[in-house]
Write a protein that binds this ligand. Structure first.
Ligand SMILES: Nc1ncnc2c1ncn2[C@@H]1O[C@H](COP(=O)(O)OP(=O)(O)OP(=O)(O)O)[C@@H](O)[C@H]1O
Ligand SMILES: [Mg+2]
Length: 394
């Protein structure tokens, strides 16, 4: 038995595998080295050269497959050193086991003979390095380099995990913000409509009461009362428009298809560009979040047409295809370019894609120069609405 080794622990009843994942990094503690070697003098030499190289470590030596596997679990090695040819077990099989169980632990062959081809083969199979027993002075540097590389890999892995986690958080935050924003818009729309609308209607009634009681002898007062009533009517219209723009009530009362038809009609009235909607879909009471996202994306495509397309005709198609709701908006304008589709500077298209992703869908754009742009939104159909949907967790 090599000094400091405790191979006998391997054959005693193995305790449940230790959780080494939370151990401090090897740089801050004694290194744990697992050595697969049947020859005691060789093992002592290996240990000697490791100490020579300045490494602080605890070495556990094993000779059999069972002990090797047990110590991988129990010791949680930072480094595996293995002979290649063993009487009861072979180094190549040990490498396979180690790669399966502790893929991030460096594995170095320390062997009497190893042909070049075999050496290359083992490196291809995941061995970190190999050191010939006739050149054990190389062992220290090889171990140090392997440890450094492992630390770098761990660091990279940590950075990648962190990045992935923050992307997930960002997405969750986006979902939450979209939700809060829509809730707020709905609430403000309702308040503007109800509170201001009712106050103005009251004012209008008072005004007509007052107008009917004005002395007939004063036509200026009657004229003033008339213009004031007209003003109130205009203000009532403005309030209605603001409330509808914040959130079209039709979306909640009549549903998505009706809201899309209504919005297309509004677009046509406002811009003078004919906008035809063809739908083969019956309005269903889909989830509130689903209809909102779908409708907002449609609004953004129309806004883009007004701002960029120079179109004279717009066609909207709404179909159900293999469990998906598909909306295609085609204009006959200048045609979006590939660079504009791939661009990430403006937020409209980015927002459309993000929104679509929230409901598991995707947006694809196609432009033909001088012929027009086609925007397709494809979203898996949700089940019909099941009560009010709760707020997603922030
Ligand atoms: N229907 C369209 N026809 C032609 N070009 C378009 C059309 N829709 C979008 N584009 C082009 O794609 C670009 C990106 O659109 P996007 O909606 O992301 O940005 P934007 O409308 O310029 O700004 P915003 O972030 O305010 O929406 C536009 O700047 C425009 O050049
Ligand atoms: Mg835009």
């Amino acid at each position: 038995m090599t000094p400091g080794s405790d191979a006998d622990a391997a054959s005693s009843a193995a305790p449940p595998p230790a959780d080494h994942a939370r151990d401090p990094p090897p740089a801050e503690r004694e290194l744990r080295v697992l050595l697969l070697e049947d020859n005691t003098p060789h093992a002592e030499l290996v240990e000697h050269f490791l100490r020579e190289s300045g490494l602080k470590f605890r070495l556990v030596r094993v000779e059999t497959r069972e002990d090797f596997i047990a110590q991988i679990e129990q010791l949680g090695p930072d480094m595996i050193l293995s002979d290649y040819a063993l009487p009861a077990f072979d180094g190549y099989a040990a490498l396979t086991i180690a790669k399966e169980r502790v893929p991030n632990t460096p594995f170095i062959f320390v062997t009497g003979t190893m042909g070049e081809e075999v050496a290359i083969e083992t490196l291809k199979s995941g061995a970190t390095d190999y050191v010939l027993k006739t050149r054990l002075a190389r062992l220290g540097p090889a171990v140090h380099r392997a440890l450094r590389e492992a630390a770098d890999r761990r660091e990279r892995q940590r950075a990648e995990d962190k990045l992935r986690r923050s992307l997930e958080q960002l997405r969750a935050l986006t979902t939450y913000l979209q939700y809060v924003r829509e809730e707020e818009r709905t609430r403000i729309a309702r308040e503007v409509h109800d509170e201001l609308g009712q106050a103005l209607t009251g004012l209008k009634l008072d005004m007509s009461w007052l107008a009917s009681r004005l002395p007939k002898t004063s036509p200026e007062l009657a004229a003033k009362a008339r213009t004031m009533t007209e003003h109130i009517d205009e203000t009532i219209q403005t309030v209605r428009r603001i409330a509808t723009e914040l959130r079209p009530g039709i979306l909640d009362s009549l549903g998505l298809v009706a809201a899309i038809e209504w919005q297309a009609n509004e677009f046509q009235t406002r811009t003078g560009i004919p906008c035809q909607v063809r739908s083969t879909v019956a309005d269903t009471e889909w989830e509130h979040d689903f209809t909102t996202v779908f409708f907002r994306i449609f609004q953004e495509t129309l806004t883009n047409i007004i701002r960029h397309a120079k179109a004279t005709r717009v066609e909207v198609r709404l179909n159900e295809e293999a469990g998906h709701l598909v909306l295609v908006v085609k204009d006959n304008g200048r045609g979006i370019s590939e660079e504009e589709i791939a661009g990430t500077k403006s937020l409209g298209l980015v927002g459309m894609r993000e929104r679509a992703m929230l409901i598991g869908g995707e947006v694809s754009l196609q432009g033909r120069p001088g012929k027009g742009t086609s925007v397709a939104l494809r979203v898996p159909l949700p089940g019909p609405k099941a009560g009010d949907s709760p707020a997603p967790a922030p």
